[in-house]
Design a protein around this ligand. Sequence first.
Ligand SMILES: Nc1ncnc2c1ncn2[C@@H]1O[C@H](COP(=O)(O)OP(=O)(O)OP(=O)(O)O)[C@@H](O)[C@H]1O
Length: 387
Amino acid sequence: MIRFEHVSKRYADGTTAVDDLSFEVREGELVTLVGPSGCGKTTTMKMVNRLIEPTEGRILLDGDDISGIDPVRLRRRIGYVIQQVGLFPHKTVLDNTATVPHLLGVRRAEARARAAELLDLVGLDPATYGDRYPEQLSGGQRQRVGVARALAADPPVLLMDEPFGAVDPVVREHLQTEFLRLQQTLNKTVLFVTHDIEEAVRLGDRIAVYGQGRVEQFDTPPAVLGAPANDYVADFVGADRGLKRLSVTPIEEGDLEQPPVVHLDDPLPRELDARWAVVLDSTNNLHGWISAEHARTAVRKGDTVRDHARRMEAWLPVGAPLKQAFATMLQHDAGWIAVIDENSEGRFLGVLTPSGLHEALRRSTAADARDITRAEVELETVKSLVD
Ligand SMILES: Nc1ncnc2c1ncn2[C@@H]1O[C@H](COP(=O)(O)OP(=O)(O)OP(=O)(O)O)[C@@H](O)[C@H]1O
């Protein structure tokens, strides 16, 4: 979708801002560009909408060399969100959002109706906020209007340059969560600049880690965290990368163990093969659990599992991040957590235990595929937490 082919940018004063960049952002993919200040992220982004022209190489959008596309036409296909949102101070929130479609010839009423939908989509009630002026909004609300405005012309591509950089960490996390949810339905092709590795890892399908003007590693968050390409990347992602990887590694079915299972209407068993069993209903959905000791001591003639089962307080869908599993285990002081398939009405799949969690992390490093020994991959932090 967006393809960089040996792209370099040298400024007149001799600064090489970007040096021989080659990578591709696939359709519907969110790629984060992360690196320290001055490493060339913004330059990379501005070359995509031709605010800056490369000195060498070419950039293709949907297979077309953008140097042959009129910049104004090009920018209609590309939404742009920047940190200083740049809203028009004398226009209302609704009019700010409707500006671009209106400029593109959409009738005013239609543009405003669409703008109202978009404000709703980014979590701002148009009835409450539509008639306000930018100065009457909080920083986070202004950023949302910035996102809504960039989406207004429905461009297939979004460029986002530190869009959540100017708000406090709590609002920032909130905006990130909302943006991820939005992206799940919109499926835009997104290039997202940040200097914050946590943000890059959280949002990116893939991450480009920049050194000075060069991409040092371009890979998925688990791969960057699990197998940094070199010392520079390892240093940049931080010593706690093992922990960070917990947030980007999903629970897979293969990570799960199969405990003994009983059904609600079964007679209460006197003996179980383990200290506890999972209790399912007649459609194999998760109901709860039962402890072996309780079954042994409490059983009376004619009792069924239903009479003694305890409801499950916590479970997770398959695909949830390991961090959530770990947090849930800690919160409930539980040695295992049940995992269900939300797509098939909550069918029980198995349980995740600390050792399953540890194995999942190992898998996620792709260490074996890269032929590096497990000892080289930093798992110690997590290991010490779960052992
Ligand atoms: N017009 C210019 N003339 C000369 N050098 C420039 C110009 N614009 C940017 N640079 C230099 O190019 C390099 C890359 O700048 P760029 O803005 O792309 O970095 P960045 O990674 O986005 O940094 P930040 O996170 O601080 O925004 C920097 O060293 C910067 O000083």
